[in-house]
Design a protein around this ligand. Structure first.
Ligand SMILES: [Zn+2]
Ligand SMILES: [Zn+2]
Length: 373
């Protein structure tokens, strides 16, 4: 369990933007790894998490490491037929080889997590308009617990979901238009898993179930009106869904140390994710000040009691509507740049922000627990 409490000044973490869920020529994407890393650098990202379908070939071929100044971390997307996709990350020991797509989905999550890797359920609530001719690939077993986290917001899934015969041209040209955010069903699942239990741990296992976004970038090429078009080139998609890691220091130049730092922060849930199309999320913060003077950050824990409240503080760098939630339920909302709230009840507190009426930013929770008797 990660406890990020400490006395003194409130921690100001280093914010490191990056993207998860990226496909390359090693599966059904159209970009070479170097081209993808250059596009990520161009979009201001510091790291990317590759996930080609059922292969770690980019790692075996030596593409992991710093390329164009971007830390390239190689994992894979576990892709059984009909759905139950999962994003797997880890170092060489944790991910020796991709798992067979024929094993049971909950087993796949268990094997990777027990081996020290990260296993994220991918696009769990995917839906598609029938005209696209592609079936959706949702996650079926929503009773599973004890895995790293959920890809709550998948750019390609959400984009395809909004696609209809009438709006497809507009949608193909305007990335990130009219997005509605993670589905209510997915958020409810996440909140249910992260409900803290009085004795320690969570409804979903010993550790926090982490929420992340994924771009699911492919840069598909299509023929239309006699020309070849790239639907959402990498440099464009990298300007949509970002995961901002909250680190103790900037990423080191050493690739192995940087990968460990990136994976550690993601596994612990020390991150926020946002749609950059609506504004850059850097500078947003969510922290708590406990009655005894200790500070707690995102994915950290602090004790709370009726007579010993924790002051939760939210700050946004841009005008936004802030919504503070406890175990999924709205506690308070504000249109100011800063929000302070004295929390007196235990629970998993997280923040959502909206801009221009659209979902913009989501934090992982701060966990407040009743002190042990
Ligand atoms: Zn998938
Ligand atoms: Zn994918």
């Amino acid at each position: 369990m990660t406890v990020t409490t400490g006395r003194g000044a409130p921690p100001e973490p280093y914010q490191s933007p990056g993207a998860l869920h990226v496909h390359s020529v090693f599966s059904d994407g159209t970009g070479e790894i170097d081209e993808i890393a250059a596009a990520a650098a161009d979009a201001g990202l510091e790291w990317i998490g590759m996930t080609d379908h059922d292969t770690l070939e980019p790692r075996y071929r030596g593409f992991e490491g710093v390329r164009s100044g971007v830390h390239v971390v190689v994992g894979y997307e576990w892709t059984p037929r009909g759905g139950d996709h999962a994003l797997m990350y880890g170092d060489d020991g944790a991910l020796p080889a991709p798992l067979e797509p024929t094993i049971a989905p909950r087993e796949a999550l268990r094997i990777v997590c027990e081996g020290g890797g990260l296993a994220f359920v991918a696009h769990p609530d995917e839906q598609r308009h029938a005209f696209t001719g592609l079936p959706p690939f949702p996650w079926h077993d929503w009773s599973v617990t004890g895995f790293t986290g959920i890809e709550l917001w998948n750019y390609m899934s959400e984009w395809v979901e909004r696609l209809t015969p009438r709006n497809r041209i507009y949608h193909a040209l305007v990335a990130g238009a009219g997005l509605q955010g993670p589905t209510a069903r997915t958020l409810e699942w996440w909140d249910r898993l992260d409900r803290p239990l009085p004795g320690g741990g969570f409804a979903g296992g010993e550790r926090l179930t982490v929420g992340v976004s994924g771009v699911d970038a492919h840069a598909h090429r299509v023929r239309f009106l006699g020309r070849t078009w790239t639907i959402f080139p990498y440099r464009q998609v990298f300007r949509t869904f970002v995961n901002v890691l909250l680190l103790e220091a900037p990423l080191p130049a050493d690739a192995v140390a940087a990968r460990a730092m990136i994976l550690h922060a993601i596994a612990a849930g020390r991150l926020v994710f946002a749609n950059r199309r609506l504004g850059e999320p850097l500078g947003a913060s969510f922290s708590g000040l406990a009655a005894d003077g200790t500070h707690v950050g995102i994915a950290g824990e602090a004790p709370v009691a009726t007579d010993a409240p924790v002051e939760l503080r939210v700050r946004t760098p841009l005008h936004a509507e802030i919504v503070l939630r406890r175990d999924g339920r709205e506690v308070v909302r504000s249109r100011d740049r800063e929000l302070a709230w004295a929390a007196r009840a235990p629970g998993a507190y997280r923040v959502e922000m909206r801009r221009f009426g659209e979902p913009w930013l989501y934090t992982n929770p701060i966990v407040l627990r009743e002190p042990a008797p």
